[in-house]
Design a protein. Structure first.
Length: 541
């Protein structure tokens, strides 16, 4: 199942339009005085226990056992837009702060030394991931970050009151025992399948599983069964071969879209997957598709205008309309959107840029607005918005990567390389630097493959930084380095750059040799530059 680009923890193709008026004060930025620096102001009022080692996590669980409380683990990063969205709209809510007193809240900053090893322990890979455990350390459920704050708190409460972990509930659902309660079904429907990391079910089996759950869920649990149905449709759209369009499902979706209250309850699934749902339930250029697109547009307009939703959610509703407007266009075709829709995009982006005063919200929304402008074909306006927000972002390197992507789309190779290098140079945090360095190497190989010296310097720097990190070959950091290895192997096809690869292998071998032979990182390190093994252990981004 796909996550919408505006909600991805790592989406670096963002763009935008309209600069912020001069009279509006810059957004307040998070402090960097506390440790971990990027976590310093995750939320005032929540008694976070910051953890970067197994010992610190074990201490949190010991506290939970002593107090007979569940444990809430938040895995995030300073730069990630959806993480900032949680900080801006959930962690600062009084009801969530009050609810947090009933559990032990643990914050794992992905850039804390040792945090990537914890990522391996908890099987958390994408930022943000939020997981609820009982006091003994058994995982109960994963919570969906894309739902609105009120829904999140409700699902969190359900998880805290759950008597069994989701895996046990899922087993009963699959067996057809008929013993599930309405709350059990709701936990299944609101489980974060996107961040499951293939624990509950292998990814390839997810479409069939969701379809099974959607069929089995009692029809009188309308909201829950509808959510499962929508998730099954979206997962089926990704299946190979694709699931055949079901007229009954299409009619059910049309009825949902016509009901404003029901659409609001399923806001996140509808806005994140509008085009995919339309594709799954109708044939290209068919009357049925035109009807679905029209119904989606009407429902999305209402969600965009819904003041009870966050700015990020309302922006996503508008982006879904942009996506729908391109549904019949070839993937790489230049957008040709109606002028009226382009006008709405410009007005919406200008408004959020003007109104936002919170630094976290700005990081979440402006990057999404930039991506929307890019997808609408407004590349110059996207560049202007990103450049105007560099000084207002607490993680400007994220915007710089978006500017590099923007320049590439505009055909400006020099600027694309410049921004990519600048983003790497300005990136902060060990895991982030490996990730941004991998992005820079990718850009170099793609846009300047003849510049051997520059490519070699960049990779040597990455290996040097990896050597100084205790967890460089775990989880996200490992995948960053594996992507570098895979890219270099493609670059060296036919032995065109064999001498460079030989020197890089020597440097990497020196790094690997410092790792104990019984350290699981050793095998990952050894395989980074070896053909056929660079992707070993890579799971999800």
């Amino acid at each position: 199942m796909k996550s919408h680009p505006l909600l991805l923890a790592v989406c670096v193709g963002l763009l935008a339009a309209c600069s912020k008026p001069a009279e509006v004060a810059p957004a307040a930025l998070p402090s960097s005085a506390a440790a971990p620096a990027s976590a310093a102001r995750v939320a005032a009022g929540i008694a976070w226990q910051y953890a970067a080692t197994d010992a610190e996590v074990d201490a949190a669980f010991a506290t939970a056992r002593a107090q007979n409380k569940p444990v809430f683990v938040y895995w995030g990063a300073a730069w990630c837009p959806p993480c900032n969205q949680l900080k801006a709209t959930l962690f600062n809510r009084q009801d969530f702060i009050e609810r947090s007193k009933a559990f032990v809240p643990v914050y794992i900053d992905g850039d804390s030394p040792g945090a990537q090893k914890l990522g391996n322990r908890f099987k958390v890979r994408g930022y943000p991931t939020t997981v609820l455990f009982n006091s003994s350390g058994t995982e109960l459920t994963r919570l969906p970050g894309e739902v609105d704050a009120a829904q999140y708190t409700q699902v969190l409460t359900l998880g805290m009151n759950a008597q069994r972990p989701l895996t046990a509930v899922l087993a009963d659902a699959r067996s057809g025992s008929g013993t599930l309660s309405p709350n059990d079904w709701k936990l299944l429907a609101f489980y974060s399948w996107e961040t499951d990391a293939q624990q509950a079910v292998p990814g390839a089996q997810l479409p069939a599983l969701l379809k099974q759950l959607a069929v089995a869920c009692p029809a009188d649990q309308t909201e829950t069964s509808t959510r499962l149905m929508l998730k099954a449709v979206v997962a089926g759209a990704d299946a190979k071969p694709p699931v055949t369009a079901d007229p009954k499902l299409r009619e059910r979706v049309l009825s949902l879209l016509a009901d404003a209250d029901a659409s609001r309850a399923q806001m996140d699934v509808l806005t994140n997957n509008a085009a995919d749902t339309a594709r799954a339930l109708s044939a290209s250029k068919s009357p049925e598709r035109a009807t679905l697109v029209g119904a989606f547009n009407a429902a999305l307009k209402k969600l965009e205008a819904d003041a009870t939703l966050s700015r990020a959610d309302r922006l996503t509703a508008l982006y879904a309309r942009v996506d729908l407007a391109k549904i019949e266009s070839p993937k790489d075709a230049k957008p040709a959107l109606p002028e009226a829709l382009l006008g709405e995009v410009r007005v919406h982006v200008a408004r959020v840029d003007r109104e936002i005063t919170d630094g976290y919200e700005r990081q979440a929304v402006i990057t999404g607005a930039a991506y929307m402008l890019d997808e609408a074909g407004l590349l110059d306006e996207a560049r202007s918005l990103l450049e105007a927000n560099l000084s207002k972002s607490h993680s400007p390197y994220y915007l710089m990567t978006a500017l590099s992507s923007n320049a590439k789309k505009r055909g400006d190779t020099g600027e694309a390389l410049r921004w990519s290098e600048e983003a790497f140079n300005k990136s902060e945090g060990p895991a982030t630097r490996l990730q941004w360095g991998a992005g820079y190497v990718n850009t170099l190989v793609e846009l300047a493959p003849q510049d051997e010296a520059r490519i070699e310097r960049a990779v040597q720097q990455l290996f040097t930084e990896a050597a100084s990190q205790p967890d460089a070959f775990f989880e996200r950091s490992a995948r960053s380095l594996q992507r570098v290895g895979s890219k270099l192997q493609g670059w060296n096809q036919g032995g065109r750059h064999a001498s460079v690869l030989a020197r890089l292998q020597l440097r990497l071998t020196a790094v690997c040799d410092k790792l104990p032979t019984d350290d699981t990182q050793r095998a990952v390190c050894d395989g980074v530059l070896k053909p056929g093994t660079a992707k070993a252990g890579a799971k999800s981004t």
